[in-house]
Design a protein around this ligand. Sequence first.
Ligand code: NDP
Length: 345
Amino acid sequence: MAVLVTGATGFIAQYIINGLLEQGYKVIGTVRNESKKEKILADYEFNPNLSLETVPDLCNLNAFDSLISKRSQDIDYVLHTASPVFFDCEDYEKEILLPAINGMKSILNAVKKFGHEHIKRVVMTTSSAAFTTLGEKDKLIDETSWDPITWDEAFKDGVHAYFASKTFAEQGAWKFMKDNANEINFDLVTMGPFYVFGPQLFASTFKEKKLNLSNNVIGQFLNLAIDPNDETVPQKFPDNGFIDVRDVAKAHILAIQKDEFAGQRVMLYNQQCNGQDIIDILNDEVDGLKGKLPVGRPGTGPYFRQDRKIVVNNEKSRKLLGFKLIPLETSVKDMAMQYLNYANK
Ligand code: NDP
């Protein structure tokens, strides 16, 4: 069995690839830059079941044609994780919206054109951003919810652009499935994580690039230059949903293994958390940090939750997943210890 995983350099994709290799799958990963291949292959100790292909430009509507036409007989499943995950850029359309939206179109079209006899399922990584929009209050969110963001709102700033990119890409994917229902033999699953925390699969990632966006939430609290007396630090991360990266990867792999996932939107959510919850864990559970970080107002994390009153109900997804999710304490602690160990070397 072989799986195509797009965006092989990514925080989440690295765990997915690792899990697939451990379970004996062959993996074809994509990178956008040829020069990244050697390091990735070395990270996985040149596992003979891993090969890499270059797909340079996700904005190109035929981006995946040549890869899928060349290797369609080798591929059973597609996990499309590649998408821009940053907010700072100059051209929201070119750098955030189009790679997400056209990337989705190009992979589904390529599977339709060249892979539909062999490829059974496409699993696309969407986001909580496709389920709920910025600043929504007093709302119950479940697997039927959609972010109501409009195309015009996408251009307000980078965060809006990101939310819109995930929403329009996912909506486009479901529309594609509906419009092409009579011409395709594969099904679609979308996996929507909330904020993903946890250690990097390879600590060497710290050397090459700054932390991926979601883990940078914890990274900013670990920056020891922060004034320990700064009481506002906990508010730097307003209440949001969380899931551990290892659970996200496990869920993506299950999504190709279980028939019940076909046609589902899966919400990858464990619990709410905010800056105060994270600061409390760092101060109480990570050796050597006490006295070096701000404390905010310990134990008041749940109080901040009352501001937003977003209630997430992902019972349906939890049932599909069927495994116990890693708690916030473990995720934050594992990430922080890895970061501090590496920084102190
Ligand atoms: P990373 O930034 O670590 O990985 C993103 C991946 O997408 C990288 O492989 C990156 O390649 C690739 N990519 C980004 N832009 C482009 C582009 N224009 N063309 C080609 N490749 C591109 O992020 P994550 O691992 O955290 O995210 C993976 C997926 O999970 C994304 O779809 C994201 O939206 C989703 N997600 C993540 C959450 C989180 O909290 N981390 C929460 C919800 C959803 P390169 O290394 O070359 O830049």
